[in-house]
Design a protein around this ligand. Structure first.
Ligand SMILES: Nc1ncnc2c1ncn2[C@@H]1O[C@H](COP(=O)(O)OP(=O)(O)OP(=O)(O)O)[C@@H](O)[C@H]1O
Length: 632
């Protein structure tokens, strides 16, 4: 019996997924999907802790094969509704959303796999060309289910379909607004998702680009997709292109139906559109209360009016009300298919190593193309190194300049801490927007993303440390012993990478305006402990910071690398020559270390501690990013 069921299921799956053939250079056929939502309310907490209801129990149905526009004045709740339907917002939302008649609640993961959400700001990687961006999306979204040749053909087909073939070698930063919008759509079309949500796809486009964008969406709807977009104020001709209109005012639905039925509906409420007036403008004017319109009574009429056309998942029945027969639409009990079955025809997700490989490849391309900022970063490390080397020339080999060397070591740690931290603190918030879009649309998971990012950032940061350390080490006259140099390098690399991990954490959790000073404040605070201050001089309630400061561990570890391990007597020089009286207080470096209370060196413990902090902060960062990506 089980065998027969399995056989039937396989047959059914094949029927669902049939024509999944890329050789035809066309979209694999997907089953159609209708969305039905009932009584959706959305409530947020305000600063005063009072609850604010933004959507007041809206209902409707968006069907496959239709281009639906959610319209309404600014602040009406269009984006809020779109976010809820797309699964982008889950918290604070009440009501029922059905996919082909089945409640979505227990199937949200499957739903997200078969839909895509294109945000208003086209978050693209500016340094990739159109084709590179498309190929990357193809590799990540189609995984190993297609050969490279098939992916390439599919990319060419979609670029041709969206009129981007001519621009395939153009960097995305150089595309026009309309081309960027089309590319955002093209990237998501690779898996041919049955549902597309678009937040204001025409905002910022000129009239020609707007028309071409809406025509494209209309064509996609014609292929069986369910396309839902929010729109501000379309022109009269564009307005007619929408198959279905869903109008919202102040959180209530004031109309749903075809665009051609809008004016008759409003007329039935004694709201007559002036002659030669754009119906879309008229709708907005009504929605903001002009023409003495009352939103609540229009919403009540719209709820009664509902959608008049039947759907494959609803049927028209005749009921008797007050002795009169009335037509009513009723959702069919048994859906055509469940989306759980649909997900059997989705491409297998790319394995982790494959995601890492392609994300790393992308990072390499981006790094190669951002030569100037990277070269500048390395160059500045070299310049500061030479400046330090000149200012603190030969202090490392002079008993008279031990304090100068002390400051050089402190400055080195501080400089590398700042550069390691700030470089990522400021860039990550920008990166996060693209990450959120790609992650939400199921391109990759967080682990491969983090691995691919760190595999580029960590070696680059190490290069910066080496570029800084080598010239300054030589110019400041530090001991020419490999072991001391490598220990010094180890501590400075460790502090720099820990600072980088903090930079990621701050960038991932705080807005840029706060991040720019939180990072330096933390650095300055941690760097005080252990610098020119004896342990007993620190107020007892602040001593905990002495112990937790990884900066202090690195600073002390760096000094130990240069002066510890039985360093021989230092020459006692005055202006580069042996002094006349021949007395230097710190001729023996151990004396200096003892006075500074650095007597019990434990470099293994110190470096292990710094590395542990670094790993802990990376784990916190990954958790914070995960939380932000999944906070819906
Ligand atoms: N988290 C929130 N806290 C408080 N108010 C919110 C929150 N989210 C949305 N709102 C409010 O809900 C209303 C609807 O916002 P929404 O972004 O959906 O409007 P919209 O119709 O898309 O407007 P626009 O066309 O200007 O983008 C607005 O008044 C907005 O201020």
């Amino acid at each position: 019996m089980e065998g027969i069921n399995a056989l039937n299921k396989t047959k059914h799956d094949m029927e669902l997924c049939n024509n999944n053939d890329y050789d035809q250079f066309s979209f694999p056929k997907r089953p159609t999907v209708d969305i039905n939502f009932q009584d959706i309310t959305y409530t947020v907490n305000t600063i005063t802790a009072a609850k604010k209801e933004i959507l007041h129990g809206v209902s409707g149905e968006f069907r496959s094969g239709e281009l639906t526009a959610i319209m309404g004045p600014s602040g009406a709740g269009k984006s809020t509704l779109l976010n809820i339907l797309a699964g982008y917002t889950l918290k604070g939302c009440q009501g029922t959303i059905c996919i082909n008649g089945i409640n979505r609640k227990s199937r949200i993961e499957q739903f997200l796999k078969m839909s895509c959400y294109i945000t208003q700001d086209d978050e693209l990687r500016p340094l990739l060309t159109v084709r590179e961006a498309m190929m990357l999306a193809a590799h990540l979204k189609l995984g190993l289910s297609r050969s490279n040749a098939e992916k390439s053909k599919q990319v060419s087909y979609i670029l041709g379909l969206l009129g981007l073939k001519k621009h395939e070698n153009t960097r995305t930063s150089r595309l026009s607004g309309g081309q960027r919008k089309r590319l955002s759509i093209a990237l998501e079309l690779l898996t041919n998702p049955p549902i597309l949500f678009l937040d204001e796809p025409t905002t910022g486009l000129d009239s020609v680009s707007t028309t071409s964008c809406v025509s494209l969406l209309k064509n996609l709807a014609g292929e069986g997709h369910t396309i839902v977009c929010t729109i501000h104020q379309p022109t009269a001709s564009m307005f007619e292109m929408f198959d279905h209109l869903y109008a919202i005012a102040d959180g209530d639905c004031i109309y749903q139906g075809s665009s051609s039925n809008l004016l008759p509906f409003l007329s039935s409420l004694s709201l007559h559109c002036p002659k030669y007036h754009n119906p879309a403008d008229f709708l907005i004017e009504v929605a903001v209360g002009e023409y003495d319109s009352n939103i609540k009574s229009i919403a009540a009429a719209a709820a009664k009016h509902g959608r008049q056309e039947s759907t494959p998942y609803s049927e028209e029945i005749i009921k008797e009300e007050n002795g009169l027969p009335v037509r009513v639409l009723q959702t069919k009990k048994s859906p055509a298919f469940d989306i759980i079955e649909y997900t059997t025809c989705l491409a297998e997700p790319a394995p982790l190593w494959y995601q890492v490989f392609h994300l790393l490849h992308r990072n390499f391309i981006i790094t190669r193309r951002s030569k100037l900022p990277l070269a500048l970063r390395i160059f500045m490390h070299f310049v500061i190194s030479v400046m330090f080397g000149i200012i603190y020339n030969n202090v490392g080999n002079n008993a008279n300049s031990v304090f100068g060397n002390y400051i050089y070591v402190y400055g080195t740690n501080l400089f590398l801490h700042y550069t390691g931290q700030m470089a990522v603190t400021l860039s990550f918030p920008l990166e996060f927007k693209v990450l959120r879009r790609e992650h939400f649309n199921r391109w990759y998971s967080l682990v491969p993303y983090c691995i691919a990012t760190l595999l580029i950032e960590i070696p680059f940061q190490i290069i910066c440390v080496v570029v800084y350390l080598v010239p300054s080490y030589l110019l400041t006259g530090q001991p020419l012993e490999w072991i001391r140099f490598l220990m010094f390098l180890m501590f400075t690399v460790a502090v720099c990478l820990t600072a980088q991990s903090f930079g990621f954490l701050i960038g991932a959790t705080t807005p840029v305006t706060l991040a720019v000073f939180i990072g330096p404040v933390i650095t300055a605070f941690l760097s005080v402990f252990g610098f020119a201050m004896k342990y007993n001089d620190i107020p007892s309630y602040l001593r905990v910071f002495y112990h937790v400061s990884y900066f202090r561990s690195s600073f002390q570890g760096s000094l130990m690398s240069l002066y510890g391990n039985n360093r021989s007597y230092l020459p006692c020089l005055e202006n580069g020559f042996h002094g006349r009286n021949g007395y230097c207080h710190y001729t023996h470096p151990t004396k200096f270390l003892r006075e500074m209370e650095f007597e019990d060196p434990n470099p293994v413990f110190d470096v292990s501690y710094i590395v542990s902090v670094c790993l802990l902060v990376y784990m916190c960062t990954a958790t914070a990013i995960w939380y932000r990506l999944n906070k819906r």
